[in-house]
Write a protein that binds this ligand. Structure first.
Ligand SMILES: CC(C)(COP(=O)(O)OP(=O)(O)OC[C@H]1O[C@@H](n2cnc3c(N)ncnc32)[C@H](O)[C@@H]1OP(=O)(O)O)[C@@H](O)C(=O)NCCC(=O)NCCS
Length: 207
């Protein structure tokens, strides 16, 4: 288990490992950064889908690899990881997606975005072994604008890379929306290698 003590604390910002009661705040950050880094709230009816697809399962099932950033006591950012992507995807097939498939049946209602996200939870793509062989872990990082541009992204990536390395993980990957030029520049600056592939920019790094 991980330490409950904060990793670091500035005057107004604290980084700490997640608790299960962070799920709602983490979900909100995910929605408010979900449209290629921008607020996706107005694009769909079921705004909770963003957190359910890309964030809450890490707090629920991999809290040792979920780091949150609090601004004045409120969670406004996170980095979420799974050290063994293939095992995590298998776990979600039994522990996460089935209930959501009942709750959000196909073809789904709402906007095009709602329907695209509902289709995704019915058939989440498995990460190919060609990626997980050398880069078994994956991560997501999202900070609300209030926390961006002050060095937190770099610190949070360093902290999660260290946590992954501590458990013997030797490589990490992540996917970025090709429209998200800011994030693409950020990962490149932090030493991640980009690989163009259909619909996403894959970044990899050895740890
Ligand atoms: C992308 C994101 C995580 C970056 O975090 P951040 O805290 O804003 O970035 P930092 O301030 O820590 O920047 C770290 C370094 O990257 C550099 N950097 C940031 N963006 C850059 C860019 N677009 N191009 C080149 N360098 C960049 C910074 O200058 C800084 O350099 P330094 O540490 O050598 O001085 C954050 O802005 C964010 O959450 N954005 C919205 C959600 C999002 O897009 N998430 C990613 C989805 S894949």
């Amino acid at each position: 288990m991980h330490d409950e003590a904060p990793i670091t604390s500035d005057a107004d910002v604290a980084l700490r490992w997640a608790r299960t009661d962070d799920r709602a705040a983490v979900s909100e950050v995910c929605r408010r950064t979900g449209d290629a880094g921008r607020d996706a709230t107005g694009t769909l009816v079921h705004g909770e889908l963003y957190g359910l697809l890309w964030a809450e399962q890490y707090v629920a099932h991999a809290p040792s690899f979920a780091l949150v950033a609090e601004l004045d006591g409120a969670v406004q950012g996170y980095v979420l990881a799974a050290p063994d992507t293939a095992a995590f995807e298998t776990l979600l097939e039994t522990e996460w997606w089935p209930a959501l498939r009942v709750q959000y049946p196909l073809p789904g209602a709402g906007t095009d975005v709602d329907r695209r996200l509902i289709a995704h939870l019915h058939q989440p793509p498995r990460t190919p072994a060609t990626i997980t062989y050398r880069y078994p872990a994956h991560l997501h990082i999202d900070l609300l604008p209030s926390l961006q541009g002050r060095g937190l992204g770099r610190r949070m990536i360093a902290a999660i890379e260290q946590r992954l390395a501590e458990v013997g993980c030797r490589g990490v990957h992540l996917g970025v929306d090709p429209r998200n030029e800011h994030a693409i520049g950020f990962y490149a600056h932090l030493g991640y290698t980009p690989h163009r592939s259909a619909g996403t920019v894959l970044f990899t790094k050895r740890l």
